[in-house]
Design a protein around this ligand. Structure first.
Ligand SMILES: Cc1ncc(C[n+]2csc(CCOP(=O)(O)OP(=O)(O)O)c2C)c(N)n1
Ligand SMILES: [Mg+2]
Length: 279
């Protein structure tokens, strides 16, 4: 046992530098490949907006001191895959228990801890209906006290409890059970505007980048209400054969989203397997 700094300094003279860079080069090539795949997957055409595009378009625009939070649901997957944290950026999500609902409260907490930093929240429409909409009222109550008023809540508006719809397909081979997975259609940006906050509706891919620019330049908190496609699979990139087989079985059993899932799901996975292919 020793002081870490002193111990490492004492170790350095005993280390020989490695001439063979192949291990490191293989990792660097793998990482570059990964980002190429992620880019290609975000560009897969969807109905109407590919959720990955929402994250990819933010990633390049993230202010260096941004704090980002994600709720539990499909957004946790896209957050992990598409955002590049750098500079002083910080991020949090409900890692272990994966409880739904913390996205907006974490964002509010971040604004109280760091009122001078921009905060971006990703939340599913299910999480917004659970508690996020009510928490917008908390934001209305306090936002004028914050030195930097930017708190952006990006809602993945897919009218579905999508993460679980996909978990049931991949882990249980069960088709989408519409009665439990479908949720009512609500205008999240309309509710935000009724509170005096800014609200932006996006229902086409070309509008995502400009919407982020507008929200990042706003003089008050903004709800970005994006119509995203529930048929893009949030399945882990290295899904096991069993999971892929179960998802396929679920579709064969008469899944409500069957054709969209097949088309967009296969396109997405193809981009992962064949990076560099544009179609
Ligand atoms: C309190 C709580 N209830 C239920 C779940 C199970 N669960 C995890 S994600 C999810 C669906 C989330 O739906 P939504 O917020 O609309 O996000 P989406 O996956 O559609 O993007 C559910 C029901 C949970 N993790 N926590
Ligand atoms: Mg949803």
């Amino acid at each position: 046992m020793g002081d870490a700094a002193a111990t490492l300094r004492a170790l350095i003279p005993h280390l020989k530098s490695q001439d063979d860079r192949s291990w490191r080069e293989a990792i660097e090539a793998g990482v570059a490949d990964w980002w190429r795949s992620m880019d290609a997957e975000a560009d897969v055409a969807a109905d109407p907006v590919n959720p990955m595009l929402v994250f990819r378009e933010l990633s390049a625009r993230l202010p260096m001191d941004a704090i980002v939070t994600a709720d539990s649901g499909s957004s946790a997957n896209w957050y992990a895959r598409q955002l590049r944290f750098r500079g002083d950026m910080r991020g949090s999500l409900s890692g272990n228990l994966a409880t739904m609902g913390p996205g907006v409260p974490y964002g509010i907490g971040a604004k109280f801890g760091h009122p001078d930093r921009p905060v971006i929240v990703f939340a599913g429409d299910g999480a917004m209906q659970m508690n996020g909409l009510a928490e917008l009222i908390t934001i209305k109550h306090y936002w004028e006290e914050w030195a930097d008023p930017r708190l952006i809540v990006a809602v993945l508006h897919n009218n579905d409890l999508n993460q679980v719809t996909w978990e049931m397909r991949a882990m249980e081979g069960a088709p989408k059970f519409t009665e439990s997975q479908r949720i009512p259609d609500v205008s999240y940006e309309g509710f935000a505007r009724s509170l005096g906050l800014s609200g932006i509706a996006v229902d086409e891919p070309g509008r995502i980048g400009p919407a982020w620019d507008q929200a990042l330049a706003a003089d008050r908190p903004t709800v970005l209400d994006v119509r995203t496609d529930p048929d893009i699979p949030p399945i882990p990139p290295h899904a096991t054969f069993e999971q892929a087989k179960d998802a396929a079985m679920a579709l064969l059993k008469g899944d409500a989203g069957r054709w969209g899932v097949l088309k967009e799901g296969l396109m997405t996975k193809a981009r992962e397997i064949l990076p560099g292919r544009s179609e």
